[in-house]
Design a protein around this ligand. Structure first.
Ligand code: AMP
Ligand code: GLY
Length: 436
């Protein structure tokens, strides 16, 4: 029997918790959360609430419960160096150290690493620390993307045509970022279809989950402001706009980046490497890496993971992932998020949601909700994720849609995620990009 510590309090950690408890090893789950997620707390043998910066508190909680292995679900505690802190008391983690997590926390680090090791899949980019540099580089590009070189919860990236109209406006945003301190990444704007490839790795062997497509925009038809992700789908195999070669190429990039990290840092990267890729006219390009599962993407792949995740985590730590055959049910899944009305710009706060009418054939994961007098109370962020698993994507979508509609309260959701119509739009967009 193993004692597993899970750190994080999002819906992603709720599904990780559930997957850990499906292990035939019958592990005991312990949870450390910045805010109490009632879903995770209900599954854990013991839970502690505290800030992710409290390294001593996390160590003490882990030692008290004789933790054998830890897993950190979200980026904030990874960036705080929670894995390093646990290491100080001899506790291993299937998640990266602070130094390794630069893969996510510094976009410049990852771009430079790929360049240094000659890894394909880079857009044209430059890390700029002066406006002269930024202006000169932007001058040579048709359209630009401006990114701060740090962890911004996906909110600091601005894309020409989406967030600003002209290059000059983009450059004034770059100036604003420079004033705040730190360097700025200027990149060529890529056009194509995006997908998420989440991979387990021990630093050498890279084992992929089925590719997933997330939907960042708040409203149907990809309108409205960007969010953490309103929902996502997988077919269990290739996405409908993707070729086998696209997947092979994305996998190859992740393998090479893992190798480069090992060479550069002298140790293997242990954890999840989640590549955000885009299929362009000229092939697959890397947008960014995250050092953790995606949220919502974790909810698409973990419910269909057939293999024992505890064994997977252990092998990642021990460096023996190559000895394990990791299997998924080849089933399509659709995840839809219920968010507070008005999210993300003017969300209602503190309103109750009732999930009692959600049918049992859909999976339900708690995100930013608190339990108060047996009521679920929403905060200002994504509240509840539902997942439909079907024999076909239509069936999975229908289950997810019925489930999200059954949630009572002042919520919003995207009806179009996983529908035939939206999938067809993706296929047509991809075809149009390739014709250009
Ligand atoms: P990131 O935080 O790097 O994942 O960027 C957030 C979003 O910005 C991505 O999911 C893309 O939709 C978009 N984006 C980032 N870089 C580029 C790029 N070079 N070209 C086009 N879109 C981009
Ligand atoms: N779905 C986007 C993320 O997890 O970063």
């Amino acid at each position: 029997m193993a004692n597993i510590l899970l750190i994080g309090n999002a819906a992603r950690e709720h599904v990780i918790a559930e997957t850990i408890l499906r292990s035939p090893q019958k592990p005991k789950l312990y949870a450390y959360m910045a805010a109490k997620n009632p879903g995770i707390a209900g599954l854990a043998a013991a839970a502690e609430i505290g800030p992710y910066s409290d390294r001593e508190g996390i160590k003490a909680f882990a030692m008290k419960h004789n933790i054998d292995l830890a897993v950190v679900g979200s980026e904030a505690p990874i960036a705080e160096g929670v894995v390093d802190a646990l290491k100080e008391v001899g506790i291993v983690s299937a998640s990266p150290t602070k130094a390794m997590a630069r893969l996510e926390t510094s976009k410049g680090f990852t771009r430079s690493l790929m360049q240094k090791y000659g890894i394909a899949g880079l857009p044209k980019f430059r890390i700029c620390s002066t406006m002269d540099e930024a202006q000169e580089f932007a001058g040579g590009l048709a359209e630009i993307v401006v990114k701060p070189d740090g962890l911004t919860g996906g909110k600091g990236v601005k894309v020409q045509g989406d967030h600003f109209a002209t290059k000059e406006e983009g450059l004034s945003y770059a100036q604003e970022l420079m004033h705040k301190g730190g360097s700025v990444l200027i990149e060529e704007k890529l056009d194509g279809e995006e997908f998420s490839l989440q991979s387990f790795t021990d630093g050498t062997t890279v084992t992929d989950c089925p590719p997933v497509q997330d939907h960042k925009r708040a409203y149907a038809d990809d309108k409205g402001p960007n969010t953490g992700g309103m929902g996502s789908y997988t077919t269990g195999r290739l996405l409908p706009f993707m070729t086998e070669q696209d997947l092979v190429d994305a996998h190859g990039i992740t393998v090479k980046v893992a190798q480069a990290l090992k060479k550069e840092l002298g140790k293997p990267y242990v954890g999840i490497m989640y590549g955000g890729f885009i299929i362009t006219k000229d092939g697959v390009r890397l947008i960014e890496y995250n050092a953790r599962f995606g949220d919502p993407e974790a909810m698409n792949v973990l419910p269909i993971l057939r293999s024992d995740i505890v064994e997977l985590f252990r092998r990642m730590v021990e460096g023996t992932l190559h000895e394990m055959r990791v299997e998924f049910d080849p089933a399509p899944t659709v995840c839809k998020y219920a968010v507070p009305k008005g999210y993300p710009e003017h969300p209602v706060k503190g309103e109750a949601v009732d999930v009692s009418a959600v049918p049992k054939d859909a999976m339900l994961y708690y995100a930013s909700v608190a339990e108060n007098n047996r009521k679920l109370i929403m905060s200002a962020s994504r509240a509840i994720a539902v997942v439909g698993i079907g024999r076909t994507i239509e069936e999975a979508e229908r289950l997810a849609q019925i489930a999200v509609e059954s949630i009572r309260g002042p919520i919003a959701f995207r009806k179009d995620i996983g529908t035939k119509k939206l999938l067809q739009k993706r296929i047509e967009h991809m075809a149009a990009v390739k014709r250009r």
